[in-house]
Design a protein around this ligand. Structure first.
Ligand SMILES: *[C@@H]1O[C@H](CO)[C@@H](O)[C@H](O)[C@H]1NC(C)=O
Ligand SMILES: *[C@@H]1O[C@H](CO)[C@@H](O)[C@H](O)[C@H]1NC(C)=O
Ligand SMILES: [Mg+2]
Length: 367
C-alpha cells in the first residue's frame, strides 16, 4: 500500500513532472512558430523587394527605361527620345551626304559644341542653309532631326514649315505672323529644345520671317518662355547662284574641291550676297546677325551624283562594288541635266529625285 502510495506519489510526482515537462516544450514550440513566421516574412520581403532589385541590377538598365519610355510615349526630357547622338549624325553623313565637306564640318563642330555643353546656351541656335536644289539642304536638316530626336523628323518636337505650303498667300501675311508666334511659343513651352525647320524661306511673304527675329535673339525670354534651347534651320536657294559661280571659278583656278574652305565663301556671305529677291532680302535677320551659322551647299558634280545613285542601289540590296551596277548608274545619270551646257560640270538638280529615277530604271530592267 505504502509502496503503492509511493508509486502513486511517484506517479503523481511523475505526473507533475510530466505536466511540467509537457508545459516546458510549449515554450520552444512557440519559438519555432516565431521562427517560421520570421522565415516566411523574410521570403515574402525577399521576393517582393530583393528579387526584382537583383533582376533590375542584372538586366540592362536602358531596356527598362526604354520600356517605361515606350509606355509613356515620346518625352522631351528623356535621353531615349532625345539622344543628341553626334555619332549617328557623323555616321549618316559619311554614308549618305556627298560632296558637301564644308557643310559637314560646320554642322558637326557646331552641334558637338552645343550638345555637349547644354547649360551654356544663351541663344537659340540659328542655321541658314544656302544652295541649289538637290544639293542636300533638306537631307542635312533631316539627319540633324534624326540625331537630336529618336523619332527624327516625325518627332512631335520637330516642327517643319514649307513656305509655299504654310505661308503661300501673301494677303494673309498678318494672320501668318500671329499664328507663327503662337506656334513657336506653345511648342517651346512644351519642349525647350524644339527644332523648327523653315523650308523655302526665300518664298515667305515679306515680313513673316521677321516674326522670328525676337525668338532668335540673345537671352531671349518671350512671354516667360526661354528660347535659348531651341534650334531654327532656315533653308533657301538664296545665294545658290553665287555659291555655284564661286565654286566654278575656284575649279577653273585649279583648286581641288576638297581644298575649298568656308573662308572662300565668307566674303560673299558678309557682303550680303544672299540679299537677292526674296524673304531674306527684306528680313532683319541678316542685319542683326542673329544667324549663327551660314552653311553654303556646293553644286554637285558627276561623281557625287554617282555616289548618291550607288548608295541608293546598295540600300536596295544590289552589289555595287564590282562595277556590274555601272550600267544602271550610267542610265540614271543620262536622265539628268548638267551645267554649264558646254562642259556639263554640275548636276542641275543634284541628287534630287534620284530615288524615283532609280525606281524607273530598275522597273525598265525588270529588277
Ligand atoms: C548613337 O548612335 C550610334 C550609332 O548609330 C548607336 O550605336 C548608339 O547606341 C547611339 N547612342 C545613343 C545614346 O543613342
Ligand atoms: C506647334 O506647332 C504646330 C505647327 O507646326 C501647331 O500646329 C501646334 O499647335 C503647335 N503647338 C503644339 C503644342 O503642338
Ligand atoms: Mg528644297
Amino acid at each position: 500500500m505504502k509502496r503503492k502510495r509511493e508509486l502513486l506519489d511517484q506517479s503523481d510526482d511523475e505526473d507533475d513532472v510530466t505536466v511540467v515537462e509537457w508545459r516546458r516544450p510549449k515554450k520552444p514550440a512557440r519559438g519555432d512558430d516565431k521562427c517560421r513566421k520570421l522565415i516566411l516574412v523574410n521570403i515574402v520581403v525577399f521576393s517582393i523587394f530583393i528579387v526584382p532589385m537583383i533582376a533590375i541590377s542584372h538586366l540592362n538598365h536602358e531596356n527598362i527605361l526604354s520600356g517605361l519610355d515606350k509606355i509613356m510615349g515620346e518625352r522631351c526630357n528623356s535621353k531615349i527620345w532625345k539622344p543628341k547622338n553626334i555619332t549617328s549624325l557623323t555616321t549618316n553623313l559619311e554614308r549618305y551626304f556627298f560632296g558637301q565637306h564644308i557643310a559637314k564640318s560646320l554642322i558637326l563642330s557646331a552641334l558637338t559644341r552645343r550638345w555637349q555643353r547644354e547649360k551654356a546656351y544663351t541663344k537659340a541656335l540659328v542655321m541658314s542653309f544656302h544652295g541649289w536644289t538637290g544639293s542636300g539642304k533638306n537631307y542635312l536638316a533631316k539627319f540633324i532631326a534624326d540625331s537630336l530626336f529618336k523619332r527624327g523628323i516625325k518627332s512631335t518636337f520637330v516642327q517643319s514649315f514649307v513656305s509655299t505650303v504654310h505661308f503661300h498667300d501673301a494677303k494673309l501675311a498678318d494672320d501668318y505672323k500671329l499664328a507663327l508666334k503662337e506656334w513657336i511659343l506653345t511648342n517651346v513651352t512644351r519642349c525647350a529644345e524644339t527644332l523648327f525647320i523653315f523650308d523655302e524661306v526665300d518664298k515667305m511673304p515679306a515680313g513673316v520671317l521677321d516674326v522670328l527675329k525676337p525668338f532668335m535673339d540673345h537671352h531671349s525670354v518671350i512671354n516667360g518662355v526661354d528660347m535659348s534651347q531651341a534650334t531654327f534651320i532656315l533653308l533657301s536657294n538664296t545665294g545658290g547662284r553665287q555659291i555655284t559661280r564661286t565654286t566654278f571659278e575656284l575649279w577653273q583656278a585649279g583648286k581641288k574641291r576638297e581644298e575649298i574652305r568656308y573662308s572662300d565663301y565668307e566674303e560673299m556671305i558678309l557682303n550680303g550676297a544672299f540679299n537677292e529677291d526674296g524673304g531674306l532680302q527684306k528680313s532683319l535677320l541678316i542685319d542683326r546677325s542673329l544667324i549663327d551659322i551660314y552653311v553654303p551647299f556646293l553644286p554637285l558634280e558627276h561623281r557625287h551624283v554617282r555616289q548618291c545613285i550607288e548608295r541608293e542601289l546598295e540600300d536596295r540590296g544590289l552589289d555595287v562594288s564590282d562595277g556590274t551596277a555601272n550600267v544602271l548608274v550610267d542610265q540614271v545619270i543620262s536622265e539628268l541635266t548638267f551645267w554649264p551646257p558646254d562642259i556639263k560640270m554640275y548636276s542641275s538638280t543634284g541628287c534630287k529625285r534620284i530615288v524615283q529615277k532609280v525606281d524607273e530604271v530598275l522597273y525598265d530592267q525588270g529588277l
